[in-house]
Design a protein around this ligand. Structure first.
Ligand SMILES: CC(C)(COP(=O)(O)OP(=O)(O)OC[C@H]1O[C@@H](n2cnc3c(N)ncnc32)[C@H](O)[C@@H]1OP(=O)(O)O)[C@@H](O)C(=O)NCCC(=O)NCCS
Length: 191
């Protein structure tokens, strides 16, 4: 245990860290991962296997969630992933993950994926997805996470949409009754 005396340098660090646990920014969790598609990563068509890409995305999202809350996290759910373009053998894979919204103990992570052909010198979008992670305390119970304060217009748009996406995934996960999903219902039903 660290003893925090009045003059301890640890005290300043401790206070600084705790002050910064409030209203975290999207940039605080930004995680950029770069991989190259090797033969062992491909299917029989010579393209990156979806499962390998989802594995890398899961790791990037976990790091982003961990950076946001500084607590161990687990994957709670993964939303729909559509693969728009295959990523070819030898191409580079860029994965960018940020927390788009924090709820109580859970966080939504937005992930974008691009492929890059370094020989022909062009980049192309592969897919995007939303993962949900839950912070876990030493007893394995969900733990409250700091809130996220969006700053840019793009961050605010992601932040607002996160509430509807959360309701949809909780309905699909059997954790919310459709009648209780008020924000989601408002998109489809005019009262
Ligand atoms: C995810 C997990 C921690 C949720 O625990 P739980 O006891 O069901 O807890 P709760 O119902 O209180 O939910 C805790 C949080 O998880 C969220 N959650 C639960 N199920 C969810 C789902 N299917 N999708 C998104 N979020 C979900 C809840 O909304 C809640 O978030 P909030 O506090 O921000 O509102 C638990 O189910 C678990 O440990 N699952 C296994 C995780 C794992 O092993 N992942 C590795 C890949 S298989």
């Amino acid at each position: 245990m660290i003893f925090l005396s009045r003059f301890s340098p640890f005290k300043s660090l401790y206070l600084w860290k705790n002050l910064n646990m409030e209203n975290r920014k999207s940039g605080d969790s930004l995680t950029i991962m770069t991989e190259i598609v090797l033969p062992n990563d491909t299917n029989t068509f010579g393209n990156l296997m979806g499962g390998r890409l989802m594995y890398w995305m899961d790791i990037a999202a976990a790091i982003a969630a961990h950076k946001h809350c500084h607590t161990p996290v687990v994957t709670a759910s993964v939303d729909n992933i559509s693969f728009e373009n295959p990523i070819r053998l030898g191409n580079v894979v860029h994965i960018e993950a940020t927390v788009s919204r924090a709820f109580n103990t859970s966080m939504e992570i937005y992930i974008k994926v691009w492929g890059e052909d370094l020989i022909q010198q062009y980049k192309y979008k592969s897919n995007e997805a939303y993962y949900t992670f839950v912070a876990i305390d030493p007893a394995g119970k969900p733990k409250v996470v700091p809130q996220l304060k969006p700053e840019t217009e793009a961050e605010k748009k992601l932040f607002d949409g996160a509430l509807r996406r959360r309701q949809l995934r909780l309905i699909l996960g059997g954790k919310l009754k459709p009648d209780e999903a008020t924000e989601l219902k408002a998109l489809f039903v005019k009262e």
